[in-house]
Write a protein that binds this ligand. Structure first.
Ligand code: BGC
Length: 914
């Protein structure tokens, strides 16, 4: 066994602002041997990294603990101190009792644990926010003297708005858009940075720029802005620790100086206006003369607002993309194509005369005449303007804005000597964990487009879209996509942080909101939307083995369940549907709201029974199970007819009822038949919206219709994923028919989906909504063959059940789970099916190989029933199920009879809450 690797604290690599008092430590046990597993571990925690070299540590030595646990081991040493950095490492013992070497050291730092420790005041510039449409960015600075050596310096900082910080002219941290979005009246996330290396003896300067962000800028529709306040403010506290351990602090207060500068405005939706002639060179260094700057206005501390350390990936620059084409239009305008719909901005390199201005307009598609299409941005101007200083070659990127775009229109007021543009991709920096490729290029492109829509919309919170005047944390979108999201990326910390926002936004009555943070949209409790409050924590449990998120959410979930229950005594969810949005953006198909709502209620009740059981609340678990039975019975009574048709008869009705396990056994196959009939009636097409789509393919393949699912996946006519790709999509569209065959945006005169409030509006047409990308889950699970399993949450147990189909002859899928790398590659040639599987140390897997005869399934050339490395072999109707431990395995099925394919697709591993 190799030394453990991938050390994480609270899901993060070396987190800087931990404010839970018993953080959870995780690692990956590593071994190349078959059936190897961790049998024990020892964790050492010390105040200094040198102390870790000793055999015992001064803060915590867990001693040897006999346990296979490598995930979420709670720190159990003495009390952890505010601001302190802790270093840790771990070693493990293998299945033969041999210890590994200790891991490389890792660390975490505690945040400021009590509000009283904040001595700083919220400050801002005077005369900002007095009127006008958009605020100029504020520049704030402070010079301070160090007369003693400093061993360690930590900066704690946050804003009501967005901040960027410099010390002695050097930028602090890598976050571009920070702090993360929250309900600023309740909770504000702060960052902390070790800035020891940036300070020097004598004079030092701290400089901060403040922008409007979600706090004071435009968020949501119709030009609405200033949702939380008019004037952004910053709160910063620099703690300086001497070698002897004594502390001094530098804080934001009325002694800071401030000014406006070259950023005349910088707004998420409207863009940035930057006049480089107004730059103040050296403004964040000691030597700058700030005599004309005004004293800052100090607001003290805001009462009742919780300051919480951010323990999630920040919004960062991820990569840069060069244009793939530049086309001149009407002499003046240049249209750049970056080849990919992204979230971010354009970086300029320019040399031109002082006063030359460059205007950058952003859009997702072009009109058929080659001009930039911006109608779908609605009131978002999405325009950046840069005015040159004329001082040689100038490089510029905007500060507090971002755009969703593939194309940029560039207009320059004069003749520049040099003009270079680069697109900068910016989003929350989640590590990618899912990798997929197969023999079908359309499916590969679909997978990639899904990944891009996640990148572009995982922007501090899961947003609906990155381009128009909306960009809100719609709860259904997040919920339907979360399983795909957790395959694609390590989304645990990101979604956990958003769940804090979701809980903060719960109504006094118990309704979870329709958007979180709750802003611009004040409604709550819509079926499929509010249910996110129950479904998401459960997904985090399934994918990451997280029980703490279940504990933290439990009370809010029970309030949600009571909210629904108290209004619907007959167990049909007809009441409190509030602004019910049904199966959003379905295609000429309307699912009755009460059918959708009741199905979700049953699903919630099942999940609650599961969660209560895991948390040891046995009585609650029984009650929720009983509730689930009642709701399912009521659903069947109210909506399911003798012939197993469901009221509404839409594909979504069947997909939900089947995948949420609502129908009695004897009705399942007939109902699945109706689902297939509905698809056939539409010429082999789907008609589902956001809600139904997430369940459609799973419902088909779980009921013996994997080939129908493959057909939907392969379609290239509207409505289908393939259609979007055929029309040039590089992300997932909001509507199945966002563009027509001729490339025109959909025709509002002939809508396939009508907005219940605003009618068939043309402006609701984003080319970057991840919701229909929920099919990614099916790609990983059924095509790829990797699913989480109830037998071991957090991929401690994996179901490997690829279901080959369609014209696909080979697929390769890798998932970097919290327990290590799971890899499944399969290929077919005639009747021969080969499946290569790699399972990480300590993890078990159930591999299902479609086969009808014992002697035709081999592992590493040995018939499975004679293979001593396999833990168990079982035979079902048309398949062989093999239990394996860690290691690499090579299965081969030599031949099969005709019906094996269909049979193997039936009974695809199911789990609660699907
Ligand atoms: C958003 C959706 C959202 C829906 C619900 C739309 O405007 O873009 O993604 O779920 O509204 O009303």
């Amino acid at each position: 066994m190799n030394r453990p690797c991938k050390l994480r604290c609270e899901y993060m690599e070396n987190p800087q602002s931990v404010d839970t008092r018993n953080p959870r430590l995780s690692w990956v046990a590593d071994s190349d041997r078959r059936n190897d597993a961790q049998t024990a571990y020892q964790i050492l925690v010390a105040n200094r990294t040198d102390d870790l070299e000793k055999t015992t540590a001064d803060v915590w030595d867990s001693s040897k603990v006999t346990s296979a646990q490598s995930l979420h081991v709670e720190y159990q040493g003495g009390e952890l101190l505010s601001k302190q950095t802790y270093f840790w490492r771990v070693r493990t013992w293998d299945s033969q009792g041999n210890p590994t070497e200790y891991s490389e050291p890792a660390q975490w730092r505690m945040g400021l644990l009590c509000l009283e420790e904040w001595k700083a005041s919220w400050i801002h510039c005077p005369e900002i926010g007095a009127g006008g449409d958009l605020n100029p960015a504020q520049f704030l600075r402070k010079v301070f003297h160090l007369d003693r050596p400093v061993e360690r310096a930590v900066l704690f900082i946050t804003a009501r708005g967005l901040y960027r910080c410099w010390i002695n002219g050097t930028r602090v941290g890598s976050a571009e858009i920070t702090p993360d979005w929250s309900d600023y009246g309740k909770r504000i996330f702060y960052d902390s940075h070790d800035v020891s290396g940036l300070l020097r003896d004598g004079e030092n300067a701290l400089g901060i720029i403040l922008g409007d962000g979600w706090y004071a800028g435009h968020v949501g529709f119709h030009g609405e802005k200033r949702h939380y306040g008019d004037i952004p403010e910053v709160l910063a506290q620099l703690t300086l620790v001497s070698p002897a351990g004594s502390e001094t602090i530098v804080v934001t207060d009325e002694h800071w100086k401030c000014s406006t500068g070259p950023i005349l405005y910088s707004d998420f939706l409207q863009g940035e206006y930057y006049d480089a002639r107004l730059e103040m060179p050296g403004w964040s260094t000691v030597d700058f003369d700030d005599a004309r700057w005004a004293p800052a206005v100090s607001r003290g501390m805001h009462k009742g607002v919780r300051l919480a350390g951010r323990c999630a990936p920040a919004v960062e620059k991820i990569e840069e993309i060069k244009p793939i084409s530049a086309t001149r239009r009407n002499g003046e305008e240049l249209i750049l194509d970056f080849g990919q719909n992204i979230s971010g901005w354009v970086k300029l390199r320019i040399q031109a005369q002082s006063g030359t201005s460059v205007q950058l307009r952003h859009g997702e598609i072009l009109n058929t005449d080659g001009s930039l299409y911006t109608e779908n941005l609605r009131t978002a101007r999405a325009t950046d303007t840069y005015v040159c200083s004329g001082r040689g070659v100038e490089t510029w990127e905007p500060h507090f804005t971002y755009h969703g775009f593939r194309y940029v229109s560039v207009c320059v007021s004069g003749q520049p000597d040099l003009l270079e543009t680069t697109a900068v991709v910016v989003h929350s920096a989640l590590p990618q964990t899912g990798f997929f490729s197969c023999s079908n290029d359309l499916v590969n492109k679909l997978w990639l487009n899904i990944l891009w829509s996640q990148k572009d919309n995982y922007f501090s919170v899961p947003t609906d879209c990155p381009q128009r005047d909306e960009r809100l944390g719609w709860t259904a979108d997040a919920q339907v996509f979360a399983r795909t999201a957790c395959f694609n990326m390590d989304a645990a910390a990101f979604l956990s942080l958003w769940l804090i926002n979701l809980r903060d936004a719960q109504s006094a009555e118990g309704a979870f909101p329709d958007v979180a943070p709750r802003v611009a949209v004040k409604t709550d409790g819509a079926p499929g939307w509010g249910d996110a409050g129950v479904i998401l924590p459960w997904i985090l449990f399934q994918y990451y083995g997280d029980t703490r998120v279940l504990e933290e959410s439990y009370e809010s979930m029970t309030r949600w369940m009571d909210y629904i229950g108290s209004s619907n005594p007959d167990h049909v969810r007809r009441n409190k549907l509030n602004k019910s949005m049904g199966d959003w953006v379905s295609y000429n198909s309307l699912t009755p709201p009460e059918v959708l709502a009741t199905a979700y209620w049953a699903c919630d009740a099942d999940i609650m029974a599961g969660i209560a059981g895991i948390l040891g609340k046995t009585e609650d678990s029984h009650l929720y199970k009983e509730l689930s039975n009642r709701v399912k019975a009521a659903f069947n009574r109210a909506f399911v007819r003798e012939d197993s048709t469901i009221h509404g008869d839409t594909q979504t009705c069947y997909a939900l009822a089947l995948s949420m396990d609502i129908l009695p056994e004897e009705k399942r196959s007939e109902a699945a038949g109706h689902l297939v009939r509905g698809i056939e009636l539409r010429g082999g097409h789907l008609s589902t919206g956001f809600v139904g789509t997430a369940h459609l393919l799973q419902a088909l393949s779980q009921n013996g219709y994997a080939e129908v699912a493959y057909r939907l996946l392969a379609n290239t006519t509207v409505p289908s994923w393939g259609y979007m790709i055929r029309k040039g999509a590089t992300t997932i569209w909001e509507r199945w028919d966002s563009l027509d065959e001729e490339g025109h945006v959909f025709d509002p005169q002939h809508p396939t989906f009508i907005h219940p409030e605003f009618g068939p509006i043309a402006g609701m047409n984003s080319f970057n909504h991840f919701a229909f990308g929920s099919v990614g889950e099916w790609i990983y699970r059924t095509l790829g063959g990797i699913s989480p399993s109830e037998k071991g949450p957090g991929f401690a147990h994996v179901c490997v059940h690829p279901v080959p189909g369609g014209d696909i002859r080979r697929a390769e899928t890798r998932y970097e789970s919290v327990h290590g790398t799971v890899h499944v590659a399969w290929k077919t040639e005639g009747e021969i099916l080969e499946i290569e599987v790699r399972i990480p140390c300590g993890v078990h897997a159930t591999v299902r190989v479609p086969a009808d005869r014992q002697d035709v399934v081999l592992e590493s050339n040995v018939p499975v029933q004679q293979n001593g490395d396999l833990r168990a072999v079982q035979w079902g109707a048309g398949f062989c199920e093999v239990e394996i431990g860690s290691g690499e395995y090579h299965f081969r099925r030599e031949s099969c009879c005709d019906n094996v394919k269909e049979v193997s697709a039936a009974g695809d591993s199911q789990s609660v809450g699907r």
